[in-house]
Each structure stands twice: as structure tokens, then as C-alpha cells.
Design a binder for this molecule. Structure first.
Ligand SMILES: [Zn+2]
Length: 296
């Protein structure tokens, strides 16, 4: 008897939330699941929206109150929408996908939003301000990287060590002034034309972001080494697992403006680099739909 009463009581308690959920208002609110969408500033005139939805879902974006301006199909559980917007502006977008509640996302490309933006882009067509200094630099060996990149590069180095390979950070964060010193030194030694193919002018280096590292590529000791070394091959095959891309890929000089640099890795975080790996995208310009940047 006691057991029967307890069972009935339990059934009644279980029914209460079900009754509440069946109220008209609650049903309407839960009818469509919501997406997660995160805005990222890329450039003063370009923002990205990163949407988390099951792979294969087609995601569409429009200006709030406007017509459709782009769409993307989710890969590795994410869709990437890249949007032009006026310099330094904040724009509202409405992201829609079949079976999901529409979502309004506000993306800013102001100087404040770009400061520390984890996906910020610089190439030969897009300079960083001379005053730009990343916050939260951490020491890795004798070099510095921003916090997330530092953690990830330590994991990459440990991953290489686990398969018997040795690598280390040969160059990390470089200030505008230290980049200028490197560039001026190469101009003096080789002339400007050659220097412009060897080292970025000040304000145009991913190293100034604190998100790029040059890795030693044992047993090679100079920059002529390629992916033919075991370490180079491992970096090329595995950097994405740690959140890095090889910015200056083999055969992409016409897009990146740089010869292959198998030692130079740029941090974006693993959700994005898994997406890049799955879609076999080789350059940041192709990833974000930016014009090629072969020259300044
Ligand atoms: Zn580099």
C-alpha cells in the first residue's frame, strides 16, 4: 500500500513539469531550438559570424530587416559567414537555418573590437596599427605569445615530443619596432625587393598579433627547410589539431605574398582549424574570402 501511494505521488510530481511545458506559451518558446552564433572582427571592414549547427545545415544571413546577403553549409558542426561592413561599424544580422529559431547577431569592427580579436587578419594588403600590442602575453621558452596561443603551442610541442620529434618556438610576438628592425636589417643586407619577400614590413606581420610562432624544424637549422623533415611533416599534418594553420602554404605565393613557410603557424583555435582541415582550405585569404595579397 505504501509503495502504491509513493508511486502515485511520484507520477503526479513528474506530470507537473509536463503540464507546465504544455501551456501554450511554453510550447511556442520550445518549438524551435536555438543556434549559437558568435561574431568575430577580422578587419576594419570585415566580420565573421561562427554558427554552431549540425553538419549539413544550410545557414543564411541577412541584414536585420534586409534581404539575404550570404549563406554557408555547416561542416564539423559549424558554419562560417563572412560579411563586409563599413569601416569600424556595428551591424546587426539575422541568422536563419531550417528548424531553428532566427537569431540576431551584432558584429562590430571598431578599433576596440579589433583589439585582441582572436581571428584578426593581417597580410600584405591589411596593416595593423603601429601602436597595436596584444594583451596577456605569456612566455614560452624565451619568446612570447598571447595566452591561448601559448597554451596551444605548449601542447603542440608536447604532441611532437610524444612521437619523438623536437620543436620549439624560435620566434613569437614581435613588436612593431622589432619588426621594423628585422625588416630594415634585411633591406640593408639584400635590398628592398629581396627583403620584401623574406620578412614582413612593420605593421604587416602576424607576429605583431602575438598569435603566430615560428617553430624550429629539427634537424634543419635555417629557413630553407621544408616539409621534407620529419618534424616539418608532422607540423604540416598536425598543427590544426592544436588550433594552428600554416599561414603561408606550399604553392600559394600568389595568394599570400609569401613563399612556403612550413615553420610559421598562426593560432585560430581548434573549432576553426578543424573546419579548415575538413574543407582543405590552404590560406586565410581563401578561408575568409579576402582578396589575394601578393604585394603591398
Ligand atoms: Zn613567422
Amino acid at each position: 500500500m505504501k509503495r502504491r501511494l509513493s508511486t502515485s505521488l511520484l507520477a503526479a510530481l513528474v506530470a507537473i513539469p509536463a503540464l507546465l511545458a504544455s501551456a501554450p506559451g511554453a510550447r511556442a518558446a520550445s518549438a524551435l531550438p536555438s543556434m549559437a552564433a558568435v561574431p568575430y572582427a577580422l578587419l576594419p571592414t570585415k566580420a565573421a559570424v561562427w554558427v554552431t549547427v549540425p553538419s549539413g545545415t544550410v545557414v543564411t544571413v541577412r541584414h536585420a530587416g534586409g534581404s539575404v546577403i550570404g549563406s554557408s553549409t555547416s561542416v564539423t558542426g559549424h558554419a562560417l559567414l563572412v560579411l563586409w561592413q563599413p569601416t569600424g561599424s556595428r551591424s546587426s544580422y539575422v541568422v536563419t537555418a531550417p528548424g531553428y529559431a532566427p537569431l540576431t547577431v551584432s558584429a562590430s569592427t571598431s578599433a576596440t573590437s579589433l583589439s585582441g580579436a582572436p581571428w584578426r587578419i593581417t597580410n600584405k594588403r591589411n596593416a595593423l596599427p603601429s601602436t597595436y600590442v596584444p594583451t596577456g602575453l605569456q612566455t614560452v621558452g624565451s619568446r612570447q605569445l598571447t595566452s591561448s596561443a601559448a597554451t596551444a603551442i605548449r601542447q603542440l610541442i608536447a604532441g611532437a615530443a610524444a612521437v619523438g620529434l623536437t620543436t620549439a618556438v624560435n620566434s613569437g610576438y614581435r613588436s612593431y619596432d622589432s619588426q621594423r628592425a628585422l625588416y630594415d636589417q634585411d633591406v640593408k643586407q639584400y635590398g628592398q625587393k629581396v627583403a620584401d619577400n623574406l620578412v614582413a614590413r612593420p605593421g604587416f606581420s602576424e607576429h605583431q598579433l602575438g598569435l603566430a610562432a615560428d617553430l624550429t624544424n629539427a634537424p634543419c637549422t635555417n629557413s630553407s627547410c621544408t616539409t621534407t623533415t620529419a618534424t616539418g611533416r608532422w607540423i604540416a599534418a598536425n598543427a590544426w589539431r592544436y588550433g594552428f594553420v600554416l599561414s603561408n602554404a606550399v604553392g600559394k605565393t600568389a595568394v599570400t605574398g609569401w613563399q612556403s613557410e612550413p615553420w610559421h603557424v598562426r593560432y585560430f583555435g581548434t573549432p576553426l582549424t578543424a573546419y579548415v582541415h575538413a574543407r582543405q582550405i590552404l590560406t586565410e585569404e581563401d578561408l575568409f574570402g579576402l582578396p589575394a595579397a601578393p604585394t603591398y
